[in-house]
Design a protein around this ligand. Structure first.
Ligand code: FAD
Length: 429
């Protein structure tokens, strides 16, 4: 019998397994996908590591997580510096002195601050209904008591009209599939503006892309693991009929690995298709799939936002000159284009240039049951439903729910690693 069955070979499941194996525990990881890595999986095509489920840039302020992850890969010096394309005008992101210089020709931080203040004041006066008849005191009182009632008003009152129109409005509408006037103001609590010529998107102490791609990183986390052919190669005292179907090599490998207290991985295996059998293989389970699916949607389905990717190989060396270009106008149907080779400086593993390139257009999409769930919807209704599932989860014997789907939480990679390290430490200590 295994000590742990881990459902999901994403970062959470693999980090958890690594910690358990270090303590001499046997783990069986299953995943319904044909590969390890979950959403961070990269596929090497044309010598380019393609981020199959969306661009992933590792960044963290947590030294413990950084020390942990850099045990398994070297990270390059990639710094996320996206650019925005608004109808052919190019602006640096996040909003910084380069953006303000391009937008208004301002040069010093004081000039930029003054321009933003002027824009905000004009916008707020309009929104708060200030008229020519108002005295300066009356105008100020109206502005001070103004409360934005939707995302458009909120954004304009934070950065003024120019930045809102060119860099926020169209992009946000495409992301949410709704007009900014129909979106609640709380979605944008603040819009960070930076008064330095610094295009680094993340304010993180540590940042980079694992050299050779995320799949290699996850393989290294799993260490000397055994890949089982399919569910029939799982050594199980629980099922004689399955045992008869072992190919003898697999069975020998699998049995040996179990004895070593190692990690075994079985792909193309959906937990829900053989739930009782799989659960019976281990003393305890770590479940990183969707929590509502585990409880058969008995309280209703949690909602997600989805993303659709259109990936294309092009016979050109350099398509857009940057890894990430956001299309911030309303008319372009996709939100951004990722050119994968730029995450590793357009070089192959030997440092040579690559003649082709691969791009992915990203379309924000409404999520329907059966679609890939990407972003949990952070609203009151879904938070309340999750809490109900959480209460059921707490009553479930011998199951730990974790990761972005198991906890219905938008986790960055560093957060999911941290969460797995903490959970494993609590369980294994
Ligand atoms: C588009 C996008 C871009 C992102 N970009 C960044 C970024 O730039 N930086 C960053 O830090 N973070 C980023 N993230 C977040 C990052 O992807 C997550 O933090 C991380 O992948 C979560 O790992 P996980 O193991 O919890 O989940 P997952 O990677 O989703 O792993 C869960 C696994 O469980 C498997 N599974 C589910 N149900 C079953 C079942 N029934 N049976 C068997 N297996 C099952 C799935 O196939 C999956 O492989 C991004 C996320 C998205 C969606």
């Amino acid at each position: 019998m295994y000590d742990y069955l881990i459902v999901g070979a994403g970062l959470y499941g693999c980090v958890w397994a690594e910690q358990a194996a270090k303590k001499g525990k046997n783990c069986l990881i299953i995943d319904k996908r044909p590969h390890i890595g979950g959403n961070v999986y990269t596929e090497n095509l044309e010598d380019i590591n393609v981020h199959k489920y969306g661009a992933h840039i590792f960044h963290t302020n947590d030294r413990e997580v950084w020390d942990y992850i850099t045990e398994f890969a070297e990270f390059n010096r990639y710094t996320n510096s996206p650019v925005a394309n608004y109808k052919g005008e190019i602006y640096n992101l996040p909003f910084n002195m380069n953006t303000f210089n391009k937008m208004w020709g301002v040069i010093t931080p004081d000039e930029a601050k003054a321009k933003i203040e002027e824009q905000k004041k004009a916008a707020l006066a309009g929104l708060a209904g200030v008229t020519d008849e108002d005295s300066p005191e009356e105008a100020e009182a109206k502005i001070n008591s103004f409360v934005p009632s939707n995302l458009e008003e909120q954004a304009i009152s934070l950065v003024g009209v120019d930045i809102y129109e060119k860099l926020v409005n169209g992009y946000t509408e495409k992301q949410w599939g709704r007009s900014c006037r129909e979106l609640p103001s709380f979605i944008i609590k603040r819009l960070p503006v930076r008064f330095t010529y610094d295009n680094n998107y993340f304010n993180a102490l540590f940042q980079g892309i694992p050299t050779g791609g995320y799949t290699k990183l996850v393989e290294n986390i799993l260490g000397d693991f055994t890949l089982l052919d399919n569910i029939k190669s799982i050594p199980s005292a629980a099922s004689d009929s399955l045992k008869q179907d072992f190919c003898s090599d697999c069975a020998a490998d699998a049995a040996a690995a179990v004895q070593r207290g190692n990690i075994q991985v079985c792909l193309n295996t959906d937990f829900f298709e053989n739930r009782d059998f799989l659960k019976g293989l281990a003393a305890k389970m770590i479940f990183t799939g969707p929590i509502d699916a585990y409880f058969e949607y008995s309280l209703g389905a949690l909602k997600y936002r989805s993303v659709r990717f259109e990936t294309e190989t092009l016979d050109t060396e350099n398509y857009q000159g940057n890894a990430v270009v956001n299309y911030t106008d309303r008319e372009t149907p996709f939100t951004r284009i990722i050119e994968h080779k730029h995450f590793e400086f357009a070089r192959d593993e030997h440092g040579d240039s690559i003649p082709k390139t691969i791009i992915s257009r990203e379309y924000s999409a409404e999520w329907h049951p059966g679609d890939e769930p990407y972003y949990p919807v952070n609203d009151d209704e879904n938070a309340a439903l999750y809490q109900k599932y959480r209460a059921l989860a707490e009553k479930e014997d011998n199951v730990i729910f974790g990761g972005r789907l198991g906890e219905y939480k938008y986790y960055d990679m560093d957060q999911v690693i941290k969460s797995a390290l903490i959970s494993a430490a609590n369980e294994l200590s």
